[in-house]
Each structure stands twice: as structure tokens, then as C-alpha cells.
Design a binder for this molecule. Sequence first.
Ligand code: AMP
Length: 248
Amino acid sequence: MKILVPVKRVIDYNVKPRVKSDGTGVDLANVKMSMNPFDEIAVEEAIRLKEAGTAEEIVAVSIGPAKAQETLRTALAMGADRAILVETDDEVEPLAVAKILKAITDEETPGLVILGKQAIDDDSNQTGQMLAALLGRPQGTFASEVTVEGDSVTVKREVDGGLETVKLAMPAVITTDLRLNEPRYASLPNIMKAKKKPLDTKSPADYGVDTAPRLKTITVGEPPVRQAGIKVEDVDALVAKLKDMGVA
Ligand code: AMP
């Protein structure tokens, strides 16, 4: 079985985003960029399935600027076998990403596509669901456990009320949640080896996908500054204060 893992290059999760002064977006100049954390979990899960003998090949794909090659090299250093960069300088919205991934899935015919549940830059949480819909395939989103048995995959899903277990016929689409696994770090020898692994470069046009935006960002702003807290003498004073504020 082949596994396709889409990985997005996003602002590093340790960086505090700065909003551009004209409110048109987040300032990405000289900002550290990394693989979306949920996608690292997806790569790790694919590698574990390969190590268990369930999968034979892992293909990483990224849609983004030339620099997204670095993200793909990280996936290759972790253990992916080859990579596809769909190069574009446009900001590609989830629907267009899903259409490109559908075309690649049709070409590559993976048994599983494992995506992150959301990209931490746009927080859309849409791509995996849209891809499954476009492919007409079963989906197991927010996975915290994945078990492949024969032609089906059992996914434990993190839902509001607890855990839901679903059994999907493969080929299927999975999106990862935080507790699925702890991604490995790439070792130095593997980082060196990754430089020689195959990386194909394509364009959205190669897949017949128009990446023109469907959404218009009106404005981007900083979150409101948190008010300073106050200290109260005792519980009675706390309750009185809460009543005063209308929250108790
Ligand atoms: P989103 O729907 O934007 O929150 O993204 C969900 C998941 O879709 C991510 O965790 C990635 O696995 C995948 N994805 C989204 N955008 C891209 C992209 N430009 N390139 C590769 N994968 C992507």
C-alpha cells in the first residue's frame, strides 16, 4: 500500500505572529517557517505503518512556494520515500488544495491519504473533509488511533463527547489529531540521505486546478489585549466581585 501525506509549510508554532500594519494579513518576512505540526504527526503515522509492514511507500506532497521544498525535505528526512512540490506563489485555499490532492490521489492511487486535521496558519480544518468528498471516499477525521486490518482501517476519533470509533473501507482519508503519536526528529544522517530522495516539481495547472481565491480577507487584526487581573482578599470578596461583574 502507498500512503500520501500532504504537508503544509506554515509559520512556526513557536513564533508569535505579527499582523501587518495595514491589516491585510500576517507579516511573514524573516519569520521562521516549519512543517504544520499536525502534518508531522501524519508523516509519523505513515512511517509507523511502513515500519509495521502495512505500507510500502510514503509520498509527501506540498502545495506552496519554492521554499516548501524544505518542508518536503523534512518529511523525506523523517522517512517519506519521495515528494511532490506543486509550486505556486499564490495563497491556495482549502478547496483548491483539495482539488490538487484529488488529482494526485487519482494518479498515485494511495490506500490512505493522511492529512493534518488543520493547518495552524488558516485554522480551516477543511481540506481533508473536502478531499474525501471530492474522491467519494470514507473519512476518519481527528484520529487519535489508526489500525489497518486487511482492506479496512479503524480510526478512533476525538469528538467533543469523548472517543468515537469508525471502521472505514480503504482507500480512505484520515486526518490526524494531537494525541495520535509523537513525531520523531530527523537524524543528521537521514537529513543528508533526504537530499538525494526524489522530489518532483509540478504546477497547479499540471492538475488543471484554478487556484484563484474564492474568499476575500476583509481585515486581519491583533487579538484584544488581555486586561490586567486583580487580587481579592478572600473567597467572599471573590464571590462579591463575580456577582458585581454579572458572572456569578
Ligand atoms: P486546513 O484545511 O487548511 O486547515 O488544512 C488541513 C490539512 O490539509 C493540513 O494539515 C495539511 O495536511 C493539508 N494541507 C492544507 N493546505 C496544504 C498545502 N498548501 N499543501 C499541502 N497540504 C496542505
